[in-house]
Design a protein. Structure first.
Length: 443
């Protein structure tokens, strides 16, 4: 009984640490939108957001799936009393290679992507953001390592550091280039690359301080193999890649569908992806702490032969409770929140964003739950099931976007409705898989 209470306390403590860091980082980012919108307007925000889908897609391939998979492998080695330094070194080399290749790909495709999106001058924005793909790969290895050890503080602090640098450098550069919209957007994206480099430097210093602990492990353990790392991380990546891939499709599909019945297609897309999605992602990022803290606890339980069902259900219910509260708050407080965060928007744009946040609010709960359950499936050694759930959700979301957004009566609101349906399906499927794979005690 005492061990169970301690395990729950560990999950809550770890979740609270990352949640605090994530909340602080997101609040900085949300407040960033106020002066940023004043400087570059809705059109500039739309251009800024057009670059992000492909960037997020590459990050998913080279970085996004790393923390949970490395945390799982690290927690398992610690549970066996083995040294984690060889695992860390192998993972760092592997994902730096993948991140470097992704950076080169982004540079090569910059002219093509900008033309496809109908904004040929935006190619410089892709170039400005490309170095961040490599640095985030390294950052993700550090975060996965620390999370696997149950130390959530480096992740939390590094998130705050990168946001603070991005905001400070971004606003300064955007103000300097405010007379040229494309240069201002490019400067903002350069600030993102700089912020990731600073966060990487911080984590490197923390790791060096922690290195002495690595050298004192009682058992060297089996030499980690790239194949075993990829066996876990590839399915995690496939699951995670579907969300930014869907965002990339949206950046082309939604804008083109909107252009069929409005001249403000880019601005409307900016309100949805840079406004409503940003607001909804605030509670989702807070709930990420639960997912991150669950991985080492559940991985250790699996390594000891336990089913892990109680830990999974505890994390899922905690996430659902927090997510539901956040969804209700966003629905009822959408108007004052939007007025505070986006004071420079015109009356029509403001009303549009308020309605988008209200329609999209339910996804704060379902997307948070999907996030936690996907982490649980990774810890259980079944990350491929999360990929199946997300694939089904994204197919549904894309189909609904095509059907709803093209309708002038729904317009951009159809994108929020499509996302709601997709994330609900993903959460339900993930929960079904998690219950199934924790159905009995492991041998």
């Amino acid at each position: 009984m005492e061990a169970k209470t301690k395990a729950k306390g560990g999950i809550i403590k770890g979740a609270a640490t990352i949640a605090a860091g994530g909340l602080a980082a997101k609040l900085i980012g949300a407040l960033y939108r106020i002066p940023l919108t004043n400087l570059i307007g809705g059109e500039g925000i739309g251009l800024y957001q057009l670059v992000y889908p492909f960037y997020c897609l590459l990050l998913t391939v080279s970085a996004t799936g790393i923390p949970s998979s490395i945390a799982t492998l690290t927690a398992r080695r610690i549970a066996r009393g083995e040294d984690v330094k060889p695992l860390f070194s192998t993972c760092m080399r592997l994902f730096l290679c993948i991140g470097g290749a992704s950076t080169v790909l982004m540079i090569a495709l910059a002219p093509v992507l900008s033309r496809v999106q109908g904004e040929a001058a935006l190619w410089s924005g892709y170039l400005a953001l490309s170095p961040a793909v490599l640095t985030v790969s390294a950052i993700s290895v550090f975060r996965g390592y620390f999370q696997g050890k149950g130390n959530m503080t480096p992740t939390a602090v590094s998130e705050i550091v990168e946001q603070a640098v991005k905001v400070g450098a971004g606003l300064l550069l955007a103000y300097f280039f405010r007379d040229n919209l494309y240069r201002a957007v490019t400067a903002l994206l350069i600030a993102v690359s700089v912020s990731e480099a600073v966060a990487l430097a911080f984590l490197t210093l923390v790791y060096r301080r922690d290195r002495r602990t690595l050298l004192n492990a009682p058992v060297k353990g089996e030499k980690p193999r790239v194949k075993s790392i990829l066996k876990l991380s590839v399915p995690v990546t496939l699951s995670a890649i579907l969300l930014p891939l869907s965002g990339l499709i949206d950046s082309v599909l939604i804008v083109r569908l909107l252009r069929a019945h409005t001249e403000n297609a880019v601005a409307l897309y900016g309100l949805f992806s840079g406004g409503a999605v940003t607001v909804i992602n605030l509670p989702v990022s807070v709930c990420y702490g639960i997912a991150a803290a669950t991985v080492p606890a559940l991985s250790a339980a699996v390594e000891k032969g336990e089913s892990g069902r109680k830990k999974m259900l505890f994390s899922a219910l905690l996430t659902l409770g927090l997510g539901a509260l956040a969804a209700a708050a966003l629905f009822f407080l959408a108007e004052p929140a939007v007025r505070i965060l986006y004071r420079s928007l015109t009356g029509e744009q403001l009303n549009t964003l308020v309605r988008l946040v209200k329609l999209y609010a339910v996804s704060a709960a379902t997307l948070s739950l999907t996030q936690t359950l996907s982490a649980c499936l990774t810890a259980l050694g079944k990350p491929g099931r999360a990929a199946i759930s997300m694939a089904a959700a994204m197919i549904l979301k894309t189909a609904l976007n095509f059907l709803l957004v093209r309708n002038p009566n729904l317009s951009v609101y159809g994108a929020a409705l499509a996302a709601n349906a997709g994330y609900l399906v993903s959460a339900l499927l993930d929960f079904s898989f998690a219950v199934y794979y924790t159905r009995k005690k492991r041998a």
